[in-house]
Ligand binder design. Sequence first.
Ligand code: PGA
Length: 249
Amino acid sequence: MRSKIVAGNWKMNKNGEQTKELLRALSGGFPETEAEVMVAPTFVNLTNAVFQLKNSPIEVIAQNMHYAENGAYTGEISADMLQNIGVNTVILGHSERRAYFGETDELLAKKVTTALNHSLRVMFCFGEELEDRKADNHFKVVESQLKNALFSLDAAKWSNIVLAYEPVWAIGTGETASPEQAQEMHAFIRKTITEAYDETIANKVSILYGGSVKPANANEIFSKPDVDGGLIGGAALKADDFKAIINAI
Ligand code: PGA
């Protein structure tokens, strides 16, 4: 059985007080669920969030990290620093990191390797841009993103990987991939992993969908057999919406 996961990516939102408040609101009347629930506040609020959620089923995860162990990388955060404060999962490869901070597949391969060497769980994001889909290149783009960043890993490392397919044209735009488009791509991703590794690994890895998931569409998207949950941006900033999405799974 694959893990079902709902993760909230808070991006550069919520200061310390607001983080505390949102976590308090989320924890009150928290839905009964078998899904793993995660939230990713900004770096400066991670320590407090971990402390606040000490006895909670909600896991605190990070939005990014550097590939180096330590050293002269002003403004960056290492795997060890995350683990040291009790963070065990890191989002890597988000399309905003790729688009605004120049993160390439090659750089991401290094980050993934470092994170896994530290036994951090990696939530790896990828997805095509609108032009790729219009040109019918979306499968090719996704395949090359996976191949370049992940397919050199030893098979054993895959137990610590979660995938998040996020078509760039659906992120923060209000436009969602249809449940059929999501299912089609998720099935393609599993096929690609089967070819690169084997069916056992492909069937075990959780593949989340991300891109304008809301209470109104979560149910239908999550009902698809190869969609194992969601990575939620905007709707994760409102406790009621996030809880409704957790309920949908
Ligand atoms: P969105 O963001 O839900 O606001 O579209 C998703 C994401 O960036 O992970």
